[in-house]
Design a binder for this molecule. Structure first.
Ligand code: ZN
Length: 316
């Protein structure tokens, strides 16, 4: 069984830039590309397989018709979405619903997400959490636009990792590239968009009531229990194990042999070059290369000098 290599899907954004070309070498259609949907079964940008017997298939169709590739996992939709984001400008301050609110009001999953910081310009920061003590105070601070009082800012640097459960008010700041592992959802409630206007002079829609409804109050700051296991010169860092996904960094120096640790594995190279070897067959890996290792791929080797972010589905 071969890895399923996937064609990138580019999304133009008001805050996007050109680093998916300059850093990742992708042939992007313009210099306002904010997101590469690297591994997606979501209808707003579904990945298509580029190689092997499933060449041309959409990930969502494989999920529906070849569930054995995913170890016959349950669920109506392929549950994960991996993106690479280039924030040339600030993203809106936003919050996402949990599954019960998302399914009831939007007809799709909620969105818990997490970020690996690929790079960040000096002085870059994110919005991560808020200072309101209760829901009334949250609503009041938003209404009065007391952003400096409400929003918590956190400085970031390359290699940092953040867990962003549904209900967390957050924003990625300008100058930051991230790899995002998230639930397969495209529901965003915008709290504040810096009063920005697009080329036509329009502002983007805000979703104040939904934001107040779904925000966790008071804010919680999740503690990460990051662990690292050395294998020769390489290492495997475990960032997160949650109901939704488990997320790892494979820091490859030389050769790293691994065994399947979930129903299937999502793989994206964030830095460096090398090869992925499955059943004696070698596949070239470079920045931005993404694939799914289906259930039937039970062991593999990565070689070269690369940083890879990998994820497996959680228990939900
Ligand atoms: Zn978000």
């Amino acid at each position: 069984m071969e890895p399923l290599f996937l064609k990138p899907v580019f999304q133009e954004k008001i805050w996007g830039g050109n680093q998916l070309h300059t850093v990742f070498g992708f042939d992007i259609p313009n210099d306002k590309i904010g997101e590469d949907w690297a591994i997606s079964g979501h209808p707003h940008g579904v990945s298509i397989v580029e190689n092997g017997p499933y060449k041309g298939w959409k990930v969502s169709d494989l999920w529906n018709e070849h569930r054995e590739l995913f170890d016959n996992a349950e669920g109506d939709v392929f549950p994960l979405l991996t993106k690479i984001l280039d924030a040339e400008d600030d993203l809106s301050v936003q919050v996402h619903p949990d599954d019960s609110y998302g399914l009831k009001h939007e007809g799709e999953l909620g969105k818990t997400e997490c970020w690996y910081i690929i790079n960040a310009k000096p002085g870059s920061e994110i919005v991560y959490g808020h200072n309101a003590k209760n829901r009334d105070e949250l609503a009041e601070m938003i209404k009065d636009e007391r952003w400096d009082d409400l929003l918590r800012h956190v400085p970031v640097k390359k290699g940092d990792f953040f867990y962003v459960p549904s209900g967390t008010i957050h924003a990625i700041g300008k100058g930051i590239m991230i790899l995002e592992t998230q639930q397969s959802s495209d529901t965003t409630y915008r709290v504040y968009d810096y009063d920005r206007k697009d080329d036509q002079g329009n502002t983007r829609e805000l979703h104040i009531q939904q934001s107040v409804d779904v925000t966790t109050v008071p804010a919680i700051s999740p503690e990460l229990e990051v662990s690292e296991s050395k294998k020769g010169d390489s290492s495997v860092i475990t960032y997160l194990k949650t109901d939704f996904f488990n997320v790892y960094e494979w820091d490859v120096v030389g050769e790293l042999s691994l065994k399947k640790a979930g129903d299937y594995t999502l793989v994206t190279v964030v830095e460096g070059y090398g090869n992925l070897i499955v059943d004696g067959q070698s596949y070239e890996m470079k920045p931005g290369t993404s694939c799914i290792l289906p259930a039937q791929v039970t062991e593999w080797t990565v070689e070269g000098e690369m940083k890879i972010i990998a994820s497996t589905p959680g228990t939900k």
